[in-house]
Design a protein around this ligand. Sequence first.
Ligand code: ADQ
Length: 470
Amino acid sequence: MNRLVIVSNRVADLRATTQTGGLAVGLADALKERGGVWFGWNGEPDGVTGGEPQVEMIDKVKRVAAPLSPEDVADYYFGYANSVLWPLFHYRLDLVDYRPAFFASYSHVNEAFARQLLPFLEDDDLIWVHDYHLIPLAGYLRKLGCRQRIGFFLHIPFPPPDLLAASPNHEELVEALLDYDVVGFQSHTDAANLKLYLAEHNPVDQVDETRFRFKGRTVLIDRFPIGIDAAGFAAMAREADEDVEIDLIRQRVLGRRQVIGVDRLDYSKGLPERFKAFGQLLEQHPEMEKAVSFLQIAPPTREEVDAYSDIRTELETLSGSINGRFADFNWTPIRYIHRSVSRRKLAPLFRGSHVGFITPLRDGMNLVAKEYVAAQDPEDPGVLVLSKFAGAAEEMQDALIVNPYDTDDMARQLHIALTMPLEERRRRHATLFEHVVRQDARAWLESFLAALNGSSAKPVAAERPYRPTG
Ligand code: ADQ
């Protein structure tokens, strides 16, 4: 079995357990099995870019943590990655804050990472690069003579060609993607968007539905929908601690139903629209007053970026006005929690909630949707209300699928969810659960690695000159 090299913006904590954490744990397990390296930024804002990385050996895995300078944290991480690529890839051109210094820093950091990673590589390694922070990494590795197979997985959406072309660096970004052997996306829509861009802008030869030939190499472009550790999450959901148990008992005694939303506080998650839809439900169905409450957990992230503090203020105003209008001394319609909640608490909270209300305006996948389904009691499951613009919607058609911009539609579907007969809830849940278990984190990992293993890094044809267009 080939060694695995994982590269992500931040290097993961390889000592984390299933209880603490999701995706990183799944990848770390695969690394521990095969042996290899996890390379990434150490997360500190005050180092020297290109400086000596910290290396730690954990079982058969080397954890390599590289430093970044304060300027690069500002321009590469908060700048190009999170003020340009994040909004652009989430179809929010209005929020893109483009500055030439950002792209220069993005290129500089990727080049420095490539140089620092090189001495840790062995000939037969499979290199798996994660997410939008590191698109140019393969190109820099190739320039340094790296012949290993390199795959890239994009965790967030990939925009349609017209939106992408609005970015000053779209040609460099797409060419950089073509330096990989495998480019993986969450959904058909994302993979189709890159293929459409190639058809319109780049002279690549299409070999078949997923394979393209560029500069003498074959690149596989496909969808690899990410999953969760469904069995582990379901087991955690059955073990409520005392705090959660008391809260759930209180709800049961009062005969109240709970709607739950869990997100990072991000403008892509559609939170204001979600709050408004819940307000409309109460307005249109007075019988729901005191019978239902909405628990939204959304701890702030990336507060250094302006767009994130705006959304925080907007949500506080909205929840305040809805609560001000409907609350009673013994009932708060919206409970909005800004703090992070551990997965151990989240899982039983999902299980005790009658509706999972997950309505991003745009999302690569959305793992919370899958976690909500995994956590349910199959005998008496809750209902998932899911945005049609989450990657998860492609696979989870038995959820109630909503348009997250249409608050009337969301209020209507919430009402349907809250009053759905047991038999229909069971039927929908059974199909969703079966899917979440089959397409779990392990299946995702294995299918990506199989594709990476099977593709060739060697030239398959004479190199053709690149002709830039548009
Ligand atoms: P995120 O935007 O972070 O991830 P999501 O997939 O919903 O979105 O969440 C990832 C994990 O974080 C989940 O395990 C979830 O439980 C946890 N999480 C989210 N909010 C939380 C909160 N308030 N408290 C505690 N835990 C919370 C990006 C992409 C997604 C894609 C993932 C994985 O934006 O579209 O699904 O990567 O590829």
